[in-house]
Structure formats: structure tokens, C-alpha cells
Write a protein that binds this ligand. Structure first.
Ligand SMILES: [Ca+2]
Ligand SMILES: [Ca+2]
Ligand SMILES: [Ca+2]
Ligand SMILES: [Ca+2]
Length: 315
């Protein structure tokens, strides 16, 4: 009997985990909008629906496999502990069942966390690559964040794979002599590069670099996050968020390791930055900018650049 219950729990946990992984994986497929330039066009909904039904199919497939071979796959003590913890976190009403709404809100939370990390990492990597020449400019109104050329990225890529400056400078352009997997990785990067380079095929801006390294940060994902945020936080239903709605720790998912007070403080700071027209409300356009653009990290890049030159902060 205990074994039977344990099996049921395992299958439920596996379902939740697989669904998250499948969701994240699915957004790696080219979801780039045909209407990329329109921030308000919701025609990606069709794509999202397809993604959801693909997730459903995949979950059913994995569930059947798990029932057929309960001893196979992830049944190690460590993985069961991880799944149990994950399940508990997602089961917000603690009834030991994962409702669809819990799963959906947990996936949205994890996707948001993933994108935040990706945005943070993006500026640091971008700044580390934009060296030859370094194109960051500091101006009167702020700073532009530079461009990364294919040559800059390629030099960085080779360095990451253990090649020295001498080799990078003199290596043959057809990459003769490099291991096959490195050549294949370069070809994959080339293909992703041309997908991401919208303004100039030879170089990427900061935003394009994000799309290059994290295609899951695509427009469709960002639109989805904005819609879910409004659906969850817009208590009075006017389609906009007040600072109270936006920052209330009672209705937001407060990340682990941060107190509700601190969370509210941080969110109020974000609100001030995001409220571009200073009318005390966040509309969809402002939320799209907040989710889709690395405000804070661009600010940090100005700081890094300027302090590295003369120790003062300009932005
Ligand atoms: Ca539940
Ligand atoms: Ca550059
Ligand atoms: Ca509202
Ligand atoms: Ca506003």
C-alpha cells in the first residue's frame, strides 16, 4: 500500500517537473513572432496554444512511460528529494494535489526567475565580449550599450574552449584542424546569430545578443508573462497596475530567501523605474518594457564602464 502511494506521488511529482522542463524547452524552439515589431500584437496566441497542446501530449507520454516502468529513470534518493521539494513549493494550498492553476503559476514564476537571471548574465557576458573595439558610449542623456561583432564573439567562443590569443589571431577561417564538435557548435552559433541580428548581420546589440543566447526570452514568452502578471495582480480589473497591486507581497510570489517587507521595497523601486509617464499606473506597454528590457542591468553596465575608466558613476 505504501509502495502504491509512493508510486502515485512519484508520478505526480514527475508530471510537474516534466511539464516545467517541457515548457522551458518548448520556448527554445523558434517562437519568434512574425510581428516582432508590434509590441501589442497578440497574434502569437496561436503559437502558445500549440505549445500548450504539445506540452500536454508530452506529459501524457511521460506519464504512461512512468506507469509502465516505475523503477526506471529518475528514482534515486536525490532526485526523489528534489521532486518532493519542488512539489511542496508548487502545491500552494498544501492539499497534496497539484491543480492546473498551481502548476501554471509555478511555471510562470520559474520562467520569470529564469529570464531575470538571463538578463543579468546577458549584460556581463556582453560587456566581456564587446572589446575589439569596445563600442559603449557615455552621453549626456545616458549610455548606449555597444555592439558585439561576430569576430568579437568568435574570439570569446574560442577562448572559452581553451584556445590562446595567438591561435585565435592566426587560425584558419575554415577552422581546419578544429574538432568536429567545435566546428558544429560554430555552425549552430552562426545560424542563431543570423536569426538574432535584426539591424546589422555582422553585429548584435544588447537586446539582440539576449535573443541570440536566450531564444526563450522571445516576444511570445514576454507577452505571456505580462498577461499572466496582469491577470494575477490587477485586483480592480482596469487593465493597469497601481503600485499597491504591483508590490503587494500577499498577491505576488515572493521568492525564497527574501522577507515580504524587503520584497515590497524592491518592487516599489521597480515600479518607479517602469512607470515611464509617471502617472502612478503601469500599463501593458510599461510592463512589456519592464519584463523585456534589462533596465537595471543597462544601468549597471554604465556603472561598470564608467567606474572602470575614472572611478565615478555617470548614469
Ligand atoms: Ca494543491
Ligand atoms: Ca564591439
Ligand atoms: Ca488595476
Ligand atoms: Ca504609467
Amino acid at each position: 500500500m505504501r509502495l502504491h502511494l509512493r508510486l502515485r506521488l512519484w508520478v505526480a511529482l514527475a508530471l510537474g517537473y516534466v511539464l516545467l522542463m517541457a515548457f522551458v524547452h518548448l520556448f527554445h524552439i523558434p517562437l519568434r513572432s512574425r510581428t516582432f515589431h508590434s509590441h501589442y500584437d497578440m497574434s502569437d496566441e496561436g503559437v502558445l496554444e500549440k505549445a500548450h497542446s504539445a506540452v500536454k501530449e508530452m506529459v501524457e507520454k511521460y506519464a504512461k512511460a512512468a506507469l509502465k516502468h516505475p523503477g526506471s529513470g529518475a528514482e534515486t534518493a536525490e532526485q526523489i528529494t528534489l521532486l518532493t521539494k519542488t512539489f511542496k513549493k508548487a502545491d500552494s494550498n498544501a492539499n497534496e494535489v497539484l491543480e492546473l492553476s498551481e502548476l501554471s503559476s509555478w511555471i510562470a514564476k520559474k520562467t520569470k526567475e529564469h529570464l531575470t537571471l538571463a538578463l543579468r548574465d546577458n549584460i556581463f557576458t556582453f560587456t566581456a565580449i564587446d572589446l575589439d573595439p569596445r563600442n559603449v558610449k557615455l552621453g549626456n542623456v545616458g549610455c548606449s550599450s555597444g555592439v558585439v561583432s561576430w569576430e568579437e564573439f568568435h574570439a570569446y567562443f574560442l577562448k572559452q574552449h581553451g584556445y590562446d590569443d595567438e591561435f585565435i589571431k592566426n587560425h584558419e577561417h575554415n577552422h581546419k584542424g578544429l574538432p568536429r564538435e567545435i566546428k558544429e557548435a560554430i555552425m549552430r552559433d552562426k545560424a542563431a546569430w543570423s536569426e538574432a541580428a535584426r539591424s546589422d548581420p555582422d553585429q548584435l546589440t544588447l537586446d539582440e545578443f539576449l535573443a541570440f543566447r536566450h531564444p526563450e526570452s522571445s516576444h511570445a514568452t514576454i507577452l505571456n508573462i505580462v498577461e499572466e502578471t496582469i491577470a494575477k495582480l490587477d485586483i480592480d480589473g482596469d487593465g493597469q497596475l497601481t503600485s499597491e497591486e504591483f508590490a503587494d507581497p500577499e498577491i505576488n510570489d515572493v521568492p525564497d530567501g527574501i522577507t515580504p517587507e524587503r520584497y515590497k521595497e524592491e518592487r516599489l523601486k521597480d515600479f518607479k523605474i517602469a512607470d515611464e509617464d509617471k502617472n502612478g499606473l503601469l500599463d501593458r506597454k510599461e510592463l512589456l518594457s519592464l519584463v523585456g528590457k534589462p533596465y537595471k542591468v543597462v544601468d549597471e553596465s554604465c556603472h561598470i564602464e564608467h567606474t572602470s575608466n575614472n572611478g565615478t558613476k555617470a548614469c
